[in-house]
Design a binder for this molecule. Structure first.
Ligand code: MCA
Ligand code: AMP
Length: 461
């Protein structure tokens, strides 16, 4: 099975039904089908063919959906780039993916002028379960990010699992505010929407100052968030929270650990137990708390259908049709990520209870997750080490009540912290900029020279 079999449940079978609310207008599934066909022909006219890569550097908007559907229909690999990334980070991705085309907001008017003249019939391309649909960059355990090749089969199995297990149907009203350049919104959000045929309101981003108004105005039944989003929603008044809660069916959380206290506070205020699940770019969703059974705080629930799990040296390994096809042009990194019997090493440390619930205990690597965005310290350390006067640098996580964690830099040398901060702001996405630049006499290391980040982090509190 490939993605168009899944999407046709909505694009074709529900063509006249309302599909998408975007920027005050409502579009039917049939209109989305026609728009994306025109865009696909316009891309083909520019020379894009199956197997090419197309990068998009866009915030959430209807054109991002058109472009994704057009890529799927052409067999072109969709490569989304985080809109918060700056030149250095973007250059790494475009250099590695070697796209035939890259779209930013500036290029859209010309493309849509060309699309206007194109046919609304669907282009035909051979597709199957193993056809790559997207390359999504994720940092892995090294500083430079690697492209995870995600196939039609990966997207399909993830969407079918979640739509069934979370009982998502055409009757739902889905509010999507997470960024479509990550698998959380793209893989889970966009694909369960198209699999179920529900009505979705898409927001450019989750802006906590207006999010509540969107909830009240749209009256959703379904919402996906990262923990920071739920901490933000707790700022609302009890009356408004009750109004929103009364219409809602399901709140889902993932991408970072949901503190048990947030789960409790949210239940008290909104009258809903947030359903926590666990996934990765490379694997889509691995585990979920049950919709109907016990949603156990502090756990990520049980493995999804088709997902085999194993614990090895404390690390969770997974295997199944949800697991990606490998890293783009990095056979060595791909080989290192899998065991000889085909299990993917998640890098997450976990335990499993006697009744099958998985609890995540931390990460093998020193990954920092801030507001659901991943930060690999090495990338920031490399930039800091390029700056005058910095002799040694170590970046580690500081606990943060709103964002879970934020990065802090520890440095040896003779430097100007304000200048370092300026350079980071210019060259890195805002969430990667260290919240502190701390001068230390030495970076603590083990006898083998490995930085002992836990000692630095202990200082930070
Ligand atoms: C944040 N900012 C953004 C966005 N989000 N700018 C543009 N588009 C966005 N989507 C910027 C703000 O402009 C601001 O920049 C800074 O980030 C903090 O903004 P603030 O309003 O204070 O945000 P917040 O209340 O902290 O909320 C941020 C957020 C955001 C909405 C929680 O971090 C977010 O969307 N996180 C989700 C990321 C995600 O989907 N991750 C999934 C990856 P400045 O500081 O310059 O003013 S993991 C994954 O996909 C796997 C498969 C999984 O398991 O899900
Ligand atoms: P990414 O590489 O951006 O896809 O991020 C995947 C990582 O996010 C996983 O390896 C986990 O460390 C983390 N993650 C996702 N969901 C959860 C969750 N529910 N609880 C804790 N960590 C999570």
């Amino acid at each position: 099975m490939h993605l168009l079999h899944l999407f046709d449940l909505s694009l074709v079978a529900r063509a006249d039904e309302p599909a998408l609310e975007w920027a005050g207008a409502t579009y039917t599934f049939g209109e989305l089908e026609a728009r994306s066909n025109r865009v696909a022909h316009a891309l083909a006219a520019r020379g894009l063919v199956a197997g090419d890569r197309l990068c998009v550097y866009l915030a959430n908007r209807i054109e991002l959906i058109d472009l994704y559907l057009a890529c799927v229909k052409l067999g072109v690999l969709f490569v989304p780039i985080n809109i918060l990334y700056r030149e250095r980070e973007i250059a790494h991705i475009t250099g590695d993916a070697e796209p035939r085309a890259t779209f930013t907001a500036d290029e859209l008017p010309a493309l849509y002028a060309e699309a206007e003249r194109q046919s609304t019939t669907r282009p035909s391309t051979p597709l199957d379960r193993d056809t790559p649909a997207a390359i999504v960059y994720t940092s892995g355990t090294t500083g430079a990010s690697k492209g995870a090749i995600l196939t039609h089969g990966n997207f399909v199995v993830n969407a079918v699992n979640l739509t069934t297990l979370w009982q998502i149907t055409a009757r739902d009203r889905f509010l999507l505010a997470l960024p479509l350049f990550h698998i959380h919104a793209l893989g889970n959000g966009l694909h369960t929407w198209l699999a179920s045929g529900c009505r979705m309101r898409l927001l450019e981003r989750f802006d906590h100052r207006i999010a509540i108004d969107e909830f009240l105005d749209f009256a959703p039944t379904l919402f996906f968030g990262v923990p920071t989003v739920y901490v933000r929603l707790l700022e609302t008044t009890p009356e408004v929270a009750r109004t929103i809660g009364a219409r809602m069916r399901l709140f889902v959380s993932g991408s970072a650990p949901l503190p048990a206290q947030t789960l409790e506070d949210f239940r008290a205020r909104f009258g809903h137990t947030i359903l926590e699940r666990y996934g990765m770019t490379e694997t889509f969703m691995n585990c979920s708390n049950p919709y109907a059974g016990e949603r156990r705080a502090g756990t990520v629930g049980v493995p999804l259908p088709g997902v085999a799990t194993r614990i090895e040296d404390g690390e969770l390994l997974v295997r199944g049709p949800n697991v990606f096809a490998g890293y783009w042009r990095r056979p060595e990194a791909t080989a290192a990520a899998f065991t000889s019997d085909g299990f993917f090493r998640t890098g997450d440390l976990a335990t499993v209870s006697s009744d099958g619930y998985v609890t995540l205990l931390g990460r093998r690597s020193d990954l920092i997750i801030s507001g659901g965005f991943n930060i690999y310290p090495r990338e920031i350390e490399e930039l800091l080490l390029e700056q005058a006067g910095v002799r040694e640098a170590a970046v580690c996580a500081r606990p943060d009540a709103l964002r879970g964690e934020v990065p802090a830099a520890y440095l040896v040398g003779d430097f100007d912290p304000d200048a370092l901060e300026r350079v980071c702001r210019e060259q890195l996405a805002s969430f990667k900029v260290p919240r502190a630049f701390v001068r230390v006499d030495a970076i603590p290391r083990t006898a083998l020279g490995k930085v002992q980040k836990h000692l630095l982090a202990a200082d930070a509190k």
